[in-house]
Ligand binder design. Structure first.
Ligand SMILES: [Zn+2]
Length: 264
């Protein structure tokens, strides 16, 4: 798959564009972190939730966190306790730095390799999945992130999408109320089109969730493959687990790695 095959808008992933996006959001919406989500609402309320799934690299997340802090914006950074790509324990200083910028740190949980057993509980989780979520939350708390109050799923299955409002007591980023108006830069493109236009088109929504992945963003615009490779090339892609993780996050990267292998 080539990046050109992914449909969507990928013209500007510069921090200047991101600042404009935040400023535009703020003219219409009150920005809150995910744990500040409440199901009840008043008639004139317009709330946007800016969420970041940190799939690849904490350094890029810190840059974004600082940029938002300078604008007085608070958002939610969802981190993976168990990924081949970064180690929260080794990089806990970065994690705490994001927190000190005023942001919420929350759980990005990967259930894609868990064999679900029966029966599912009232949150829609099988017992094996529940154990994974609970352990992941405890791990973050051991790193000094307390309380862990929100969760999003990495590589979510259909079953966990549109799930219950809370999961294991945490706000579920994929609850229907937070998905009714939702734009995201997954796979390095805004599937719904240019995000500034989407924010304006959703100005009547009382809830809007904006998901970004810090890995796509930088001081100057770069196309997604180059931006991704700048981080991904640091990893040892001959390790199968690492390779699989990188390619699951951005399929076009496989071409680059496979080409390298042929040339080698
Ligand atoms: Zn993810």
């Amino acid at each position: 798959m080539r990046s050109a095959d992914l449909e969507g808008w990928a013209e500007d992933f510069s921090y200047d564009y991101y600042r404009t996006l935040l400023e535009t959001l703020r003219t219409t919406f009150e920005l809150r972190t995910l744990s500040e989500y409440r199901p009840d609402r008043s008639p004139d309320e317009r709330v946007a939730f800016v969420r970041h799934d940190v799939d690849v690299c904490l350094e890029r997340a810190v840059e974004m966190a600082e940029l938002e802090h300078e604008l007085g914006v608070r958002s939610t950074y969802m981190v993976l306790p168990d990924t081949p790509l970064y180690d929260l324990e080794e990089e806990r200083d970065l994690l705490h730095l994001i927190h000190e910028f005023g942001h919420e740190i929350a759980l990005h949980c990967d259930l894609s390799d868990v064999e679900p057993d029966e029966p599912v509980d009232r949150d829609g989780l099988a017992p094996s999945e529940r154990r994974r979520v609970d352990a992941a939350g405890r791990y973050l708390e051991e790193l000094g992130i307390d309380p862990v109050a929100s969760v999003s799923f990495h590589r979510p299955s259909e079953r966990v999408l549109e799930g219950s409002r809370t999961i294991a007591g945490m706000v579920n980023a994929y609850n229907p109320d937070l998905l009714s108006a939702y734009i995201s830069d997954s796979s390095g493109r805004w599937r719904e089109g240019e995000p500034l236009g989407s924010v304006i088109a959703n100005a009547d929504a009382d809830r809007l969730q904006v998901l970004t992945h810090p890995v796509w963003w930088g001081a100057e615009h770069e196309p997604p493959l180059e931006r991704f490779a700048a981080v991904a090339d640091r990893f040892d892609a001959t390790d199968p687990q690492t390779y699989e993780e990188l390619v699951s996050i951005y399929a076009p990267y496989s071409e680059r790695v496979d080409a390298d292998r042929i040339l080698a």
